[in-house]
Design a binder for this molecule. Sequence first.
Ligand code: AVI
Length: 327
Amino acid sequence: MIQITDSLQESVRNEALKGLCVAPGQQKTLSPWLFYDERGSRLFEDITRLDEYYLTRTEREIFAVNAKQIVASLGGPVSFVELGAGTSTKTGLLLCAASHQQNGVLYQPIDVSSSALEEASVSLREKVPTVRIRPLVANYITDGYTIERDLTQEGACRVMALYIGSSIGNFAPHEAIEILSNLRSQLQPGDGLLLGTDLRPGFGKTIAQLEAAYDDAEGVTAEFNRNVLVRLNRELDANFHLDSFSHVARWNEAASRIEMHLESLCEQTVHIAGQTIRFAAGETIHTENSHKFSADSLQALFQEAGFTVSRTWNDPRQWFAVTLARV
Ligand code: AVI
């Protein structure tokens, strides 16, 4: 049974008005969690299968090769909680490995999209029959959440918190520290955090490849980006004209991130939740940052959030990192 938290609708309204009702000349923004309504979650799943978007298959390959070792690395039975779980496709590899090493597995996926959680529950029960799933529909940034512990295992059962898929990259450094610190406050000695992060250009990964990963030839990412406007039109009775906004993805070296924007193609006015928003031609709504990390920046992030790096697994090209940090 899926638990629904607090008013998602109210959060969408607050977030949209906060980001769009700004002084002339100031950067308009929309928070990336707004992408993930039912259609947005589906489009993101489509992105993960694109040739250009190497992140998902690279992380999956790391899990496929190392799942047994990752799951065993806390030294005993584990339960899992996952922030921003989506449809949990990669997590199945870890749950499956754990189910072979212990008696049943508790898995608590947390996500804003109830449809993604439902899909995940159905497919995971098929793949890992002994899994006990406790889905929680929540925005793990704005809503509180409580980590469930598995009291059914013989001996101490550690929590392995999963924050994978490079989701941490979608937050500003200070927000990333806060998310990890909040998570850490619920973990106990012996528990761990498994963090999946995309790495900076280098080791054969070029800026052009990075930009293509966020601006694919088929236009799926463009559709995903514009979907935030579709959502605001539907949920807040806004009147964004979709053809009047184009998708932009660009590398920002100073901030070590890919930025996504929606660029207004003309001077225009949009009505949303009783407010009027004016756009100049060429003005953008900044919709997403996707930070890319180095070993040093990762180390600093963990340290500031109160974790100690225990072990890192990479793909052979060293484009992506899966890091286990201990409390
Ligand atoms: C969910 N997140 C890690 C994705 C990323 O790569 O930043 C979202 C995304 N945006 C465009 N393509 C994928």
